[in-house]
Design a protein around this ligand. Sequence first.
Ligand SMILES: Cc1ncc(COP(=O)(O)O)c(C=O)c1O
Length: 339
Amino acid sequence: MAGPPVDGVLGAIGRTPLVALRAYPERGDVRLFGKLEASNPGGSAKDRPAARMIQDAWDRGLLAPGATVVESSSGNMGVGLAQACRSRGLAFVCVVDARTNRANVLAMRALGADVRVVTRPDPVTGDLLAARLALVAEIVATTPGAFRTDQYRNPSNALAHRDGTMREIVEALDGRIDRLLVATSTTGTLRGCVDALHAHGLHDTQVVAVDAQGSALFGGTRGPRLLPGFGAGVATALSESAEYDRLVRVSDLDCVIGCRRLALREGVLAGASSGGVLTAFDRLADDLPPGARCAAILPDGGSRYLETVYDDDWVQRELDCDPARLADLVAGGPALPVA
Ligand SMILES: Cc1ncc(COP(=O)(O)O)c(C=O)c1O
């Protein structure tokens, strides 16, 4: 059912499909459901916090017509904010870095955003996120009427996932969720999901935080990472009080393998962090009780990763994995579903 008409593009955010993934993991009657956040109008889970941060700031009188919103983003939040700002007639400056998908930069520009791309890491920390945040601070200080949404500490970020993403999953699964897998960067999704589970009295759901190898979150050591979206080069304010039961760190190649398996087994073209989440699911699946019901949030779609995750030449060049080995690794997981 398409549902009734909605008021503007922001009204189309949320109510994303929860898809039963048949091929994961083919172990007894364990079920895995994927929340397809690519179905949001801006193409990712970040549409939710972007719209909520703008709405909440507007309601509190912190934003008014003519203001300029400024944010640092790995790409998806930038698209979500460009969309939300456009629908309210606000200017938007987005600071991204060299890892950001070209398609996301072009999408932001198409939505009228002023996109600044940081190419040099912060000289003190050697980190791109730190360099992005330094440029955001400079832009805010020199732009009259600037407003910083600050997704790394803004409570509205997590509230959007508490009241949206996770509430929808709880409702769709009638509160029966044994394991939840969430990719992390600002950790707004993780925080919002945990808060929703608690609010629904679901204290037994095991929450798995999936972070990137080379991310500094949760006591990690910062190192090289190529794929944008999840992980962070510096611990974020929200992350310092994040709650989870298990932590899995996945490599860029793990993300590629998870994405390629999902595409070939389920016909779902998902973004890099979704692949990481599914590889983490596979890695932990052995200790699931019979009949377990699991949910994985798939934060964005794969069309913005066609030149990286889904390009054999890129994988060979950047991750040193040739196409034959990659095909073996992709085939090496659980068996294909029987037609
Ligand atoms: C593709 C993707 N996956 C995962 C995340 C992590 O979400 P959060 O910032 O809520 O931790 C992001 C955040 O930008 C993302 O863009």
